[in-house]
Design a protein around this ligand. Sequence first.
Ligand code: NAI
Length: 351
Amino acid sequence: MKIISFLYPGGPAAKEVPELLGCAENALGLRPFLEGKGHEFLSLTDKENDLDKYLPNADAIITTPFWPAYITKERIEKAPKLRLILTAGVGSDHIDLAAAADHRITVAEITGCNVVSVAEHAVMQILALVRNYMPAYKQVIDGRWDIGEIAAKSHDLEGKVVGIVGTGRIGQRLAIRLKPFDVHVLYYDFRRLSTVEEEVLGIRYNLLDELIPKCDIISIHCPLTPETDGLFNRKRLFAMKKGSYLVNTARGRIVETMALVEALEKRHLAGYAGDVWYPQPAPPDHPWRHMPNHAMTPHVSGTSLEAQKRYADGIRDCLERFLDNRPIERDYLIVDGGKVVSLSYSYAFKN
Ligand code: NAI
């Protein structure tokens, strides 16, 4: 079999930190396993050139949301041998799922592998915004000491209303991690949780457009689907409370790019943080790099060293099963048997 992967370039860290499994150099630790079984394995990074060159002859491809190889319908149509697309991570929106289903290609991701990593990142970014951390840190680096400038925009998180949009694995973990901060948590998900779950998590259900104007902070945790593409459009961004904050560790395209810049420039929103962009890597002139009051990171929240170990193990498990003709773990499947089977995606893809 010919298996190809597109992973991020690890640079000097690839050698120095062998645990950096998710980079192209270390290739999820798969090389000895795959080559030992006589398979051809190519670990690539150049999505612009190598994707179109190697995909047409590949049986399986491994991609990652952190360095997404965009597997479009056109590319799928030019890859007659392709049977399996694996996402090293969570979130398979960089793949045309409907086209994969039409071509009976299995798509799987490593469900749950980095949900703690992202929930922790979201807590960090909520605090960074509310406490006004980024400008304070910059003052230190710049040799300044101006308490008034920072304190005038610094708040306690306690007592604030936090909205969680998408209460799946990450959204629920965020709710649990926010409990000690004594906040009021509202949530929206197209699948309402049970009364018991709501009580245990301490969260109250609201429809999206009811939730938006009530929140001091909103954190987005739903997948990118045709339904959530642009969900936070200009209208919804300006329906948010004046001076509120938005955090998005889900996917960049869920928030309308230029409307967000406008909402920050007009000071309607007090800040934005997250680590997801479109496209990725974000070009140097991406407007979100330079908009006011942001606390963005490159797409790293779900790729802590612990998360990389979990998704490397998960990818190996999928490949072992695929090569032995055994079914892939049910929870990992996004597209199978010509259908979008993941509950989180299936609502948007009515098969
Ligand atoms: P999950 O599948 O456990 O939860 C997603 C939740 O979103 C589900 O409860 C689902 O019902 C809900 N949902 C789906 N469509 C919706 C809609 N139109 N409106 C409202 N709710 C909707 O997924 P998990 O593990 O919590 O991850 C969520 C997303 O976070 C992923 O799809 C991915 O895009 C992103 N992610 C980002 C990472 C990063 O490194 N920044 C890493 C892992 C995930």
